[in-house]
Design a protein around this ligand. Structure first.
Ligand SMILES: [Zn+2]
Ligand SMILES: [Zn+2]
Length: 831
């Protein structure tokens, strides 16, 4: 083959800036809020945290989101696809401590680098709605939202045992402590402190956060993570009393049927009363040492049933409310503060961990539910292992003895309730959201403390409470803001007396819990948003981001949305209708990291191959929801594919010249023309279906297949057939490689691909082999339908359910099971 002439060579560095300039100058991706006639679609990737430069994970998530945005536009929707920056937070502040550079300077520099690269990648962003959470024009409304919650009683202050990072000198949310009890940010071992903190009452929403998961289109594993995090369990709250000190200790238990078997009482090391109970006693020193060691261990480690049990007696007793027995109190690390009230009644006869503890400490083990006889244990323990099954109650109160324990659950709770010693209760693992941070680089909490009036909201007209300029960011165990004396001193908004500002800043997860609302009405200076505008865009139709946000950001955003909806500020209960979580890009099987030296920077690959190759490759590498391993050869392969497509299109455009471009005479096509035409329609059908299910890798592979046929048949088909195939290839590949495809489309048609509707496959030309699918209901033949030989099990089920005689037999019944034998039959089991 002859050398391609210069105008036919694929030169991304000429093509890409040229199209980027068109999009920028014409503001192609901007959408207005008013005057819309088309259906709207809100496509959103999680906003980046601007630190340094974008990494390969950013390239992946925005390539995924952009493909969806383009696809939705070409389906005829008006697409909102904005961008912003989650720009408050610790890394910029830590950088400032190290270098003296103001966090604003390093953050702005990083944002500039992100902006530049997003433009170089050709991501179709509506830049008119750009925001950064550290801008006063944004955090003014973060503060406004805090005040809405404060006035509704959903933001409150209380003293609490908090996880404290001694290195970062700040409080951490439970979620920011890793499984080994280390700070997620710096790796330091986390300690516990008692401090006055601000909380958001997310626990009020536990039930709705749980129930509403059923109505959203999210990956099942993310829903499961949220369900587990919320951790709902039913049981009873029972009060144990320490008579000596006159203190009641409520305990949550899912097993009130075993109350008569409680032989000791255990408190979590973080329980605020542990040190009080031993204060001034001979046990104090030992307990103190135990507590400070225990809190450094992870919850997972502590909860591990296999772990040898440790603990210290507190030298006190509580009364078991069902039988009046005095049972000894212990502190032990296998009890977690996060669970229930941070104290448990221990029933060694029926619980594995209590049993292990009782054995280790020589405590009585009593069975109150009769089980099958167990073989005697080594060491002559006649009780045998703890019995965790069901059976009749024994050695309990005569009124319950003999009753099956499942029935006894309710009977005992009712009896306790009557005696005023307990009541039925639902427990959640979810805790209120601690949002106070003793750090500089965050949104100030808009509260003023007055001796006379207490905690007073800063009036709305005075927002934002601006972050003051300070010299010293170094943490000193209090917020760096406390050092800005002139800023701290203020007047009470209510009585005018001298007062002091709150010096804590908000957790940055507050900033990101509502940014998707602000995008809808980003330039509104009078309000956080206009509810009418929100009605047009919310909820987000497709949200895209990492699964690492499954329980943090994704839970907080749902909570804030619900709370604001309850307060009348918006109409939706769920912020994200559908969620897609992308997998990670690894190198040589390992996570990319500077320390491993295996980092592939997007800037360097875009510089070498162009953005289209980079974007296309990152989506071609594998199913985008899975992790995938980077390969330089794979990258080269995709680059060659785009080069071939570009060259063949350029040659074809030249051959076609300016001659009249009539519609393709498909009904007369024969031989190779018909074959290529069919291949083209096959690719249209395939890519459309793949796009709907995020199978971008197979979509790109289908265009590659089409190009192979174009190359093979180029000399044996009519020019119009070849042109149609190449135009379609460019049209289908545009969501993944927008610059080169816009260029090819323009050369071959003189038109703009992004203004064209998504191509439709002609069913008459879809060459799908079919077979006769047998449709059964409860094993009986009810219908036969034509099924494509490459249909997926889901498609087959759908075909079967739609068959007329199947419908007649299923109508009004519930389908409990669908059995698919591909190539043969589908059997619906109904009842
Ligand atoms: Zn830390
Ligand atoms: Zn006052």
């Amino acid at each position: 083959m002859a050398e391609p002439r210069p105008e036919q060579r694929y030169d991304p560095h000429e093509i890409e800036p040229r199209w980027q300039a068109v999009w920028a100058n014409e503001r192609t991706w901007e959408v207005a809020n008013e005057g819309a006639t088309l259906e709207g679609s809100y496509v959103l990737e999680m906003l980046p945290y601007p630190s340094g430069e974008p990494h390969i994970g950013h390239l992946k998530v925005y390539s995924v989101g952009d493909a969806i945005a383009h696809y939705h536009r070409r389906l005829g929707r008006r697409v909102l696809h904005p961008m912003g920056y989650d720009s408050f937070g610790l890394p910029a502040e830590n950088h400032a401590i190290k270098t003296g550079v103001h966090p604003r300077a390093s953050t702005d520099a990083s944002i500039a680098s992100f902006q530049k690269q997003f433009r170089e990648w050709g991501i179709s962003i509506d830049w008119s709605r750009e925001l950064a959470t550290h801008e006063p024009s944004y955090y003014r409304w973060t503060q406004w939202i805090f005040l809405q919650l404060f006035e509704a009683g959903l933001a409150y202050r209380k003293e609490a045992a908090v996880k404290w990072c001694p290195h970062d000198q700040t409080v951490l949310a439970n979620e920011q402590v890793d499984a080994d009890g280390h700070c997620e940010r710096c790796g330091a071992t986390v300690e516990v402190r008692q401090l006055e903190q601000w909380f958001l009452r997310i626990t009020d929403y536990a039930e709705r956060l749980l129930g509403d998961l059923d109505g959203i289109d999210w990956p099942e594993h993310v829903k499961t993570m949220q369900r587990n995090w919320i951790g709902r369990s039913e049981g009873a709250e029972v009060t144990f009393r320490c008579e000596e000190l006159g203190i009641d200790y409520p305990v949550f238990t899912t097993r009130p049927d075993t109350l008569f078997g409680a032989t000791f009482f255990v408190m979590a090391p973080e329980h605020p009363d542990v040190l009080r109970l031993v204060g001034g006693t001979e046990r104090e020193q030992q307990v103190r040492e135990y507590v400070s060691h225990a809190i450094t261990e992870s919850g997972e480690e502590r909860g591990n049933a296999e772990k040898p049990k440790t603990g210290v007696p507190l030298g006190r007793t509580v009364t078991n409310p069902v039988n009046g027995e005095q049972i000894p109190m212990y502190v032990a690390d296998y009890v977690l503060m996060e669970y229930g009230t941070g104290a448990i009644m221990a029933v060694p006869g029926h619980d594995e961990r209590d049993y292990a503890f009782a054995r280790a400490f020589g405590l009585p083990i009593r069975r109150v539910i009769e089980g099958p006889p167990t073989p005697p244990q080594e060491g002559g323990d006649e009780q045998g292992l703890p019995y965790t099954g069901d059976g009749p109650l024994v050695s309990s109160n005569p009124q319950f003895d003999g009753m099956h324990n499942r029935q006894a659950l309710a009977a005992i709770v009712a009896w306790l309730d009557g005696e005023g010693k307990g009541h039925a209760s639902v427990n959640y693992r979810l805790r209120d959201w601690l949002i106070s941070r003793q750090r500089y680089w965050g949104a100030p909490i808009p509260i003023v403390y007055c001796e006379r009036c207490g905690a007073v909201a800063v009036p709305e007209a005075e927002l934002p409470v601006q972050l003051p300029e300070i010299e010293d960011y170094a943490p000193q165990g209090r917020s760096p803001l406390a050092a800005a004396e002139d800023w701290v001193r203020t007047g009470c908004p209510e009585c005018g007396d001298p007062a002091r500002r709150e010096t804590d800043t908000m957790d940055t997860f507050v900033d990101s819990s509502w940014y998707f609302l602000r995008y809808c009405d980003a330039s509104n200076e009078r309000a956080a948003w206009d509810p009418a505008v929100l009605r047009e865009w919310m909820p987000v139709d497709q949200y895209i981001g990492g699964v690492e946000h499954a329980i943090l950001h994704l839970m907080y955003a749902r909570f804030v949305t619900k709370a604001l909806a309850d307060l009348g500020h918006l109409d939706v209960q769920e912020p994200f209708r559908a969620l897609f979580t992308q997998g990670m890009i690894t190198k040589d099987g390992a996570k990319m990291s500077k320390s491993r030296g295996n980092v592939v920077s997007p800037a360097s690959i875009v510089e070498r191959y162009g953005a289209d190759t980079a974007r296309c490759y990152i989506l071609f590498i594998g199913p985008p929801d899975q992790d995938a391993d980077w390969s330089d050869e794979g990258m080269e392969g995709v680059h060659r594919f785009l080069s071939r497509l570009c060259r063949l299109a350029a040659e074809t455009a030249e051959r076609a010249g300016s001659e009249d471009r009539g519609p393709m005479p498909s009904d007369r096509a024969q031989g190779d023309d018909l074959a290529l035409l069919r291949k083209t329609h096959w690719a249209i059908e395939k890519v459309s279906g793949d796009l709907r299910r995020f199978a971008f890798n197979t979509a790109i592979a289908a265009v590659m297949e089409l190009l192979n046929d174009c190359s093979r048949l180029r000399d044996s088909v009519e020019l119009e057939t070849l042109r149609f195939a190449l135009v379609s290839a460019a049209s289908l590949l545009f969501p993944f490689a927008p610059h080169v495809c816009a260029d090819i489309y323009d050369r071959l048609t003189g038109e703009r691909v992004w203004e064209q509707p998504w191509p439709q496959a002609d069913p008459a030309l879809l060459e799908r082999e079919v077979y006769e699918l047998v449709c059964q209901v409860n094993g009986k033949l009810r219908d036969r339908v034509q099924a494509p030989s490459d249909a997926s099990p889901d498609e087959l089920k759908e075909l079967c359910r739609a068959a007329p005689n199947v419908r007649a037999h299923v109508d009004g019944k519930e389908i409990v099971k669908e059995i698919v034998v591909p190539g043969k039959l589908v059997n619906l089991v109904v009842r």
